[in-house]
Write a protein that binds this ligand. Structure first.
Ligand code: XIL
Length: 326
């Protein structure tokens, strides 16, 4: 398999993949991965759909599965603009709440969630996708309700609450397209600013949802290099490789030339990751197989083949390209 001593090798999964903890999906997960992430089950809409009404049973199943099998678990995610219920930001009349009310709600939520899994989660994505490539606010931040109500301070508070709830968990800021020079720079400067203020931030998560043509291995190399001066931990948190170059393509089958190209690209990129093993503590795929992939619904409904195992859980060329020959 592709276990190696360089970094943890992980996958995201959904609770339905392990309903049968000895079924084929669960077996494959146990065989190949030593870090797990819940794909949806720890997002705010899943764990606190209504104020003060927590539901952790699905998340518990995944965390228990990880613990029972000696697999490290990564928490995803505490603060995000998506998959967050509307009540979090609004009062009874539908107006945005004050900063004080928002911070209270954040604190309760984070204490409950991080507290529940204290000692079981080795890393949390505390904030997700707070840098916006489009509608930018000062500092490159996304114009989310979090930002509208509290400015940059919501990020500081999120890290403080998470750290108080589990001082041993490594706390991450997670984002996509972190290879893009502008976005990379905004993130770099934000982390630097937070660290200077004493905010307990330990690392950056690069989602790494990439395509069949870009970014290049060189650009991913630059992405990691851009953060090394900060002395923080780095992880690849959600890797997959769509086979399409635009939203209107859709194939019935996966062309052989693209299968080979994908395998070659995975290999080239993993060589870069291995080169940076001292900075990278984990490389995590956003799923294990081409059936259970979010890229079959996002950005449009279509076939896609972004991962290491095919729809029937058979190893693809991409998998064989990453097997450690030693
Ligand atoms: C995705 C899930 O995989 C889907 O099932 C869900 O419908 C939408 O969210 N970046 C992230 C993840 O940080 O939380 C997203 O997960 C994929 C993009």
């Amino acid at each position: 398999n592709i276990y190696n001593d360089d970094f943890k090798l992980g996958t995201a999964l959904l609770v339905n993949e392990i309903y049968d903890p000895n079924g084929p999906d669960a077996q494959l997960i146990k065989k190949h991965f030593n870090s797990l992430t819940a794909g949806n089950e720890l997002k705010w809409d899943a764990t606190e759909p209504r104020e003060g009404q927590f539901s952790f049973s699905r998340a518990d199943q995944i965390v228990d599965f990880a613990m029972n099998n000696g697999i490290a678990f990564r928490g995803h995610t505490l603060i995000w603009h998506s998959q967050t219920p509307n009540w979090v930001f609004h009062d009874d009349k539908g107006n945005l709440v004050s900063k004080e009310v928002l911070f209270q709600r954040m604190k309760k939520h984070i204490e409950a969630e991080v507290g529940r899994y204290k000692g079981k989660v080795y890393a949390w994505d505390v904030v997700n996708e707070v840098i916006e490539p489009g509608d930018k606010q000062p500092g490159g931040l996304r114009n989310s309700p979090w930002y509208q109500i509290a400015g940059e301070e919501f990020i500081e508070k999120a890290f403080e609450y998470a750290h108080a709830a589990d001082p041993d968990a490594k706390l991450f800021i997670n984002d996509y397209n972190t290879d893009m020079p502008d976005k990379r720079q905004y993130l770099h400067d934000l982390i630097k600013r937070l660290k200077a203020k004493g905010v307990p931030i330990d690392g950056i998560g690069h989602q790494t949802h990439i395509g069949i043509m870009s970014p290049s291995a060189f650009q991913l190399d630059q992405m990691i290099l851009a953060f090394t001066d900060l002395g923080i931990d780095q992880q690849i948190t959600e890797m997959d490789m769509s086979i399409y170059t635009n939203d209107s393509e859709a194939f019935d089958t996966f062309p052989e030339d693209l299968q080979l190209r994908q395998a070659y690209r995975y290999k080239e990129i993993f060589d870069v990751f291995k080169k940076h093993k001292d900075q990278l503590s984990a490389v995590i795929f956003w799923g294990k197989d081409d059936l259970n992939t979010w890229l079959r619904t996002f950005p449009v409904k279509r076939n896609n083949w972004p991962l290491l195992f095919d729809e029937r859980l058979q190893a693809k060329y991409a998998y064989w390209a990453l097997v450690d020959p030693s």
